[in-house]
Ligand binder design. Structure first.
Ligand SMILES: Cc1[nH+]cc(COP(=O)(O)O)c(CN[C@@H](CCC(=O)O)C(=O)O)c1O
Length: 308
């Protein structure tokens, strides 16, 4: 199903989906310097809807722009308000939100962006289980990618930059072509980094581990899971680990706005644990969905409510 909704917020106005178009000489289309976010809105258990960690996502969008020297011509507050306006205008009680800021055309072409205008757009569309309906319940099969996650001085890995995702697309294509659900990228030293669009966690003897913030995107879902896991009484360590530690782990799971909490049941044809969603992943997944739907009031501040 291709993403679709009625209206897109584009440079300050809501325009019909079909009219939100750019010129083929758009600088970002050629050179990949643009920044974007992936955000989810959920229906709240008590009625209404809420965007999950909206402030943090908008702030990361602006941090990403700062890292690649793009000046978004709006404030964080204006983009925040525009996201809520776009959801309501499209009557979206829940779904996926994609803000993007990119370099246009008209002033200069060539590597140097010059004084080309910066455009900002916000798209929203319905998006269910990112890795398939069975994934959240049964877990997925992944392979170690032949592509390496960027060296931290080759691409700016703390920024969600359009061009960074060439690496992700190549890893995803390879995994799917080989019959897997997702690719796992290692860093330039061979340690586990992250998925093509997710952070990764593993569980060994009841201790939860996740790679430190080196070559990986500083995931907002990763941040939530660390907090929720500690709330549930688990020890969580941010430490490097290798692919063969994953082979022998008791559990593993991906986290991300699109992926939510997706258990991993197999890596490189090695069954992980019992080959299904483990008890720790299921406990965290259950708590995560209670939080995003407003059933765990301790984290009410993570929700930005709205009514259609
Ligand atoms: C490389 C990468 N690592 C980790 C994450 C998790 O970050 P967070 O969403 O803040 O927990 C994401 C989000 N991937 C987004 C884009 C997915 C896509 O296919 O596009 C997402 O999950 O929305 C990444 O793209």
């Amino acid at each position: 199903m291709s993403p679709k909704s009625e209206l897109i917020w584009f440079d300050g106005a809501l325009v019909p989906w079909e009219k939100a178009q750019v010129h083929v000489m758009t600088h970002t289309l050629h050179y990949g310097v643009g920044v974007f976010e992936g955000i989810r809105a959920y229906k709240r258990a008590g009625g209404g809807s809420a965007v999950f960690r909206l402030a943090e996502h908008v702030h990361r969008l602006f941090d990403s722009a700062k890292i690649v020297e793009i000046k978004i011509p709006y404030t964080e507050a204006q983009v925040t308000e525009a996201i809520l306006q776009t959801l309501k205008a499209n009557k979206m009680a829940e779904g996926y939100i994609r803000p993007i800021a990119f370099i246009g055309t008209g002033q200069s072409m060539g590597v140097f962006p010059g004084k080309n205008p910066i455009h900002t757009a916000i798209c929203v569309w319905p998006w269910g289980a990112y890795l398939g309906d069975e994934a959240l319940e049964k877990g997925i099969r992944i392979r170690t990618s032949s592509f390496t996650r960027h060296h931290v001085n080759v691409m700016m890995t703390k920024a969600k930059v359009c061009g960074n995702y060439v690496n992700s697309v190549l890893a995803k294509n390879e995994a799917l072509a080989d019959g897997y659900d997702e690719g796992l990228l290692l860093d330039t030293e061979g340690y586990v980094s992250e998925g093509s669009g997710e952070n990764i966690f593993m569980v060994v003897d009841g201790v939860i581990k996740t790679p430190p913030l080196t070559s990986i995107l500083s995931g907002i879902t990763r941040d939530c899971v660390i907090t929720l896991a500690r709330d549930l009484g688990y020890e969580v360590r941010e430490s490097r680990f290798t692919r063969d530690e994953l082979y022998t782990a008791d559990e593993a799971f991906f986290t991300g706005t699109a992926a939510e909490i997706t258990p991993i049941r197999e890596l490189d044809r090695r069954v992980i644990g019992q080959g299904k969603a483990g008890p720790v992943a299921k406990a965290i997944q259950k708590e995560f969905f209670k939080v995003v739907k407003g059933e765990n009031t301790k984290y009410a501040s993570w929700l930005s409510g709205y009514e259609l």
